[in-house]
Design a protein around this ligand. Structure first.
Ligand code: NDP
Length: 226
């Protein structure tokens, strides 16, 4: 049986859930390529932590809003793979990077709608398409959605709608990639204590208590739960 090193690409691996996923996968002996948007200090800490676990890690800057930069991102990934691995493909893609932007339906601006569309939907679709030739047959794609597609919290209409779009897109992805035995699945977390949305689940006592009182475990989620 082949013992070839498996490699995962995780977008938004510098903080929050993506950071936790990167380190958790490294603990499962998977090498990691992850992206960050601007926080190079946190990205470097993640690289160090993964390296100290004996795995290889590479942090690459990427703004998921800038689809014109995806070609350069691919070149960087491909060059890194060729320099460090005998093969030049990855096994797993986790589309995780994003930001939380909220507004009541009466206050949604064109800018907010465009931002959420670009970050949460268009960027994911186009980046996935570009990476598909680099994913080994038999690999897997995980798209991060949100519990807000099912639980309605005022202010999250566009954010949650874009995630609903990603959930539908993932079903098509799974169907169309079945021939290559590439699995596509959604993970849709409830509220988790990270920097997301200005850190409100973690730092706002009222929101934290509300979530805890509506959750089976009696507390808000933690990155390691996901
Ligand atoms: P965090 O805010 O903790 O981390 C966000 C990550 O995404 C960082 O690595 C950040 O990079 C990166 N990022 C932000 N904007 C961009 C961008 N425009 N382009 C590329 N990368 C970007 O978020 P979470 O870990 O909490 O969220 C991760 C995912 O989980 C998201 O898809 C979110 O929708 C989903 N989710 C989160 C929940 C929660 O309660 N936390 C609940 C349900 C779903 P940098 O460090 O450089 O800024």
């Amino acid at each position: 049986m082949s013992t070839k090193t498996k490699i995962a690409i995780i977008t938004g691996g510098s903080r929050g859930l993506g950071r936790n996923m990167s380190i958790s996968l490294a603990k499962k002996e998977i090498d990691i390529i992850f992206t960050y948007q601007s926080n190079i200090t946190e990205a470097e800490k993640v690289v160090q932590e993964i390296t100290s676990l004996g795995r290889r890690a590479k942090a690459i800057q990427l703004d998921i809003r800038q689809n014109s930069s995806f070609e350069n991102f691919l070149i960087e990934v491909n060059t890194y793979l060729k320099q460090n691995y005998t093969g030049s493909k990855i096994d797993f893609l986790i589309n995780n990077a994003r930001i939380g932007l909220y507004a009541p339906v009466t206050e949604i601006t064109e800018e907010l709608a465009d931002d959420l569309y670009h970050i949460h939907f268009k960027g994911v679709v186009l980046l996935t398409q570009k990476l598909l030739p680099y994913i080994n047959n038999g690999g897997a794609i995980i798209n991060i959605s949100t519990g807000l597609t099912r639980i309605i919290i005022p202010g999250a209409s566009i954010y949650a709608s874009m995630k609903s779009g990603i959930e539908t897109y993932t079903k098509y992805l799974a169907k169309e990639l079945g021939e290559r035995r590439i699995r596509a699945n959604v993970v849709a977390p409830g509220a988790i204590e990270t920097d997301f949305g200005g850190g409100r689940t973690r730092d706002n006592k009222e929101i934290n208590a509300y979530i805890a009182s509506n959750t089976a475990l009696g507390r808000a989620g933690l990155p390691e739960d996901i």
